[in-house]
Design a protein around this ligand. Structure first.
Ligand SMILES: [Zn+2]
Ligand SMILES: [Zn+2]
Length: 129
């Protein structure tokens, strides 16, 4: 009793199945394997391009400005109030990086965390992230 041939799921040609190639003939197996590898490779690439350019923390210049701004902060750039207990200051991009804003001091301001979150919520409503 030898192994019996079976039709390939793709081209329907009879072939001898092996342990790791039991659905497709060797030709189609290669084809499907390439396809799967391409898909697998394509996915993380997409993620990378979306993240790139929006990670301000990767910019050492920004980190420097951020530190300076936070050390000098006395007032929130949104509600104009001073330090509020339990609501730490954050550095906010006035024009979001996603909309072409930069990491230079002109585009940075200090806000309360809660004020910044409210601003982000508002942006989400109009569909800007
Ligand atoms: Zn085939
Ligand atoms: Zn505020």
């Amino acid at each position: 009793m030898g192994k019996s041939k079976r039709p390939c799921l793709d081209c329907r040609r009879l072939f001898l199945p092996t342990a790791d190639k039991n659905s497709y003939c060797p030709d189609c197996f290669v084809k499907y394997n390439n396809l799967r590898n391409q898909q697998r490779r394509a996915k993380p690439k997409k993620k990378d391009t979306r993240v790139r350019g929006t990670r301000a923390y990767d910019d050492p210049q920004y980190r420097k400005y951020r530190k300076q701004l936070l050390s000098m902060a006395t007032q929130c750039g949104i509600c104009l109030k001073g330090v509020i207990y339990d609501d730490p200051f954050q550095v906010d991009h006035i024009i979001p990086l996603a909309l072409g804003g930069g990491n230079d001091p002109n585009n940075l301001r200090v806000t309360h965390r809660s004020c910044n979150i409210k601003k982000k919520d508002k942006r989400d409503v109009i569909g800007i992230k």
